[in-house]
Design a protein around this ligand. Structure first.
Ligand code: CP3
Length: 350
């Protein structure tokens, strides 16, 4: 480990937390739980803070990013905080004209579609990451022994936005570029890997005790395309934090066929979405790989007895793996009743 001496994993007690123990393959006394997108629109206290403030401006305000990160920890008693930011923040910091349009997602001023577009991308100046490091440092000072998870987008998912110019259903333009101009593709993914890797490293050095690499849209690829044209760049992104010895979680949506290949990029823990049961995911990955997941977000709006039965089934199937961190199969839908999330935490800890 090359972490600073004052890092929470070294001297702050997060190493003994249920989350980090589970990420290392252990079975703590209670099942650790956190929720993807736990910081955000399901919380009235988040909506109040965000009034009149653009999403990316909020991400770059250390006081605000820290406060928003802490809100769900206070409210739900989850076993981890996840840093409030976005996968496109490091792109913006590298000079890309990107904004987050409410109700839509990341939108670019001009999409990146040609070799010339890729060649014009600039490297990320490490000094630009100062607001991120400060937001993380403020957060971990408040969290004590509760770990903070840092995160970043994987190169393919970033490229899915960069090439398309905005959210898309099938990421067709990105998947075309991959084959139509392999050299431009490699240059684009290599650039994205280093930008997103620097974003990850800044969060860990400032105090994050684990990281999650989101390759949300990678489920649109075949195993062959994934392994040959994408996986090497995901590995390159992770290489930026490998020497720090923190657990690396890797997650994508619709990745039942890709789990083994995604784990092979150097992930320690696999996040599983709700399209495949955890016992089957564990059979595919080998029982030694810790799993995270995979409550069906659609059931958050179902009557409690239906949801409770489902959560207990997820926990039961999670026993197939050496270790399990309870989470959703994807992010918290904005219309979710926050009390339901609190109830799931109580159930997991009971
Ligand atoms: O609690 C957490 O999980 C931490 C915060 C977080 C955000 N984005 C905040 C956010 C995380 C981990 C992300 C990652 C992210 N961003 C991903 C990967 C995770 C996933 O969901 O698959 C992706 C694909 C994005 C891109 C993105 N940013 C989308 C699709 C959207 C939603 C657009 C919308 O309005 O529906 C965003 C915006 C965004 N990122 C919001 C939040 C809280 C909503 C913005 C708002 O409050 O106005």
């Amino acid at each position: 480990m090359n972490l600073p001496a004052h890092h929470p994993l070294v001297d702050g007690g997060t190493a003994a937390s249920p989350l980090i123990r589970a990420y290392r393959g252990d079975r703590p006394e209670t099942t650790p739980v956190w929720f993807m997108r736990q910081a955000g629109r399901s919380l009235p206290e988040y909506r109040a803070l965000r009034v009149g403030m653009a999403m990316l401006d909020a991400c770059l305000d250390p006081e605000l990013s820290s406060e928003i990160t802490l809100q769900p920890v206070r409210r739900h008693g989850v076993d981890a905080a996840i840093f409030f930011s976005d996968i496109v923040v490091p792109l913006r910091l590298a000079g890309v004209d990107v904004d987050i349009v409410p109700g839509r997602g990341p939108v670019l001023g001009a999409p990146i579609r040609t070799a010339q577009d890729v060649a014009a991308l600039r490297a990320l100046d490490p000094a630009a990451l100062a607001p991120i490091a400060e937001g993380v440092a403020r957060t971990v000072a408040e969290l004590g022994s509760t770990p903070l998870i840092g995160f970043a987008g994987a190169p393919f998912t970033l490229a899915a936005y960069l090439v398309e110019g905005g959210p898309s259903k099938d990421h067709l333009r990105a998947r075309t570029l991959m084959h139509a101009d392999p050299a431009a593709w490699d240059a684009l993914l290599g650039w994205a890997a280093d930008v997103t890797g620097a974003f990850l490293r800044a969060q860990v050095l400032a105090g994050a005790s684990a990281v999650q690499l989101f390759d949300s849209w990678v489920g649109s690829l075949s195993v062959v395309d994934y392994e040959s044209r994408v996986a090497p760049f995901s590995a390159q992104a992770i290489s930026h934090v490998k020497d720090l010895g923190i657990p690396v979680v890797h997650f994508g949506v619709g990745t039942g066929e890709l789990l083994r290949s995604m784990h092979a990029i150097g992930a320690d823990v696999m996040g599983v979405d709700d399209r495949i049961p955890l016992d089957e995911a564990s059979r595919r990955l080998g029982s030694e790989v810790p799993l995270q997941g995979n409550i069906n977000p659609a059931l958050l709006a179902a009557p409690w007895p239906v949801l409770e039965r489902h959560v207990l089934d997820v926990i039961e199937r999670g026993r197939a793996a050496s270790a399990h961190v309870l989470n959703l199969g994807h992010g918290v839908p904005p219309e979710t009743d926050p009390d339901v999330l609190t109830r799931i935490v109580e159930l997991a800890h009971a």
